[in-house]
Design a protein around this ligand. Structure first.
Ligand code: HEM
Length: 183
């Protein structure tokens, strides 16, 4: 079988590149604790883990050409040498969100998400993974992944708290906030 290069697996256990420093539900049930996290691209390796979450990177659904150009011009890649902090925030949205049409969801998303997020580029680098269409059951709809420097930790707090006050977040019914350090 060809390798799916858009597949990304986050596995947590006793070993891994990142040390997990906190794991808190923002909304919904708690998620199992683990010491470390590894991120693998392509087919998940056969590795013992406490939990594994898989998603795929995909095409964008919500950005206009102008927004895409603005994002591309401002954003930084993951993995900068200075980015020794990271966050994995798995998110599930409600049945009401998924029952809407694409234009209805866009109207809610476009109210604020991109405008808030843009203020934090290039300090925060990000990658979005979708989980709903995989052939293995996934508990979350999205795995959101970010890295940044220690100096930008407070900015990251401001970013998540601003997003959580938006109308879009009324449709989030499960969100786990996992913070990591490269050590
Ligand atoms: C670094 C600043 C951020 C920027 C610039 C940003 C930008 C974006 C953009 C442009 C999309 C739409 C992608 C598409 O067109 O399909 C998106 C989707 C998403 N973002 Fe962010 N974002 C940021 C931070 C965050 C944070 C901190 C979270 C979580 C707490 C988050 C959660 C999500 C989720 C769950 C989606 C998928 C929404 C859906 O498809 O329903 N984002 N983001």
């Amino acid at each position: 079988m060809p390798v799916n290069s858009r597949l990304v697996t986050f596995h947590a256990g006793d070993s891994g590149f990142w040390r997990i420093i906190s794991n808190k539900p923002y909304v919904g049930a708690a998620w199992p604790e683990a010491k470390r996290l590894e991120v693998s691209m392509g087919e998940p390796p056969n590795q013992k883990s406490i939990w594994q979450l898989t998603g795929v990177t995909s095409n964008e659904r919500y950005v206009s050409r102008i927004e895409k150009n603005t994002l591309s011009a401002k954003q930084a890649p993951l993995g900068r040498p200075t980015a020794d902090r990271a966050a994995l925030i798995p998110i599930r949205k409600t049945a009401a969100w998924w029952a809407m049409t694409q234009d209805e969801r866009l109207a809610i998303f476009a109210e604020s998400h991109n405008a808030i997020g843009l203020k934090f580029l290039p300090a925060i680098a990000r990658r979005l993974h979708h989980c709903r269409d995989l052939d293995t059951h996934q508990p979350f709809d999205f795995l959101t992944w970010f890295d940044y420097s220690a100096a930008d930790e407070n900015a990251f707090e401001d970013l998540v708290s601003a997003l959580r006050q938006t109308p879009e977040w009324k449709f989030v019914d499960w969100e786990i906030d996992i913070r990591l350090r490269r050590e």
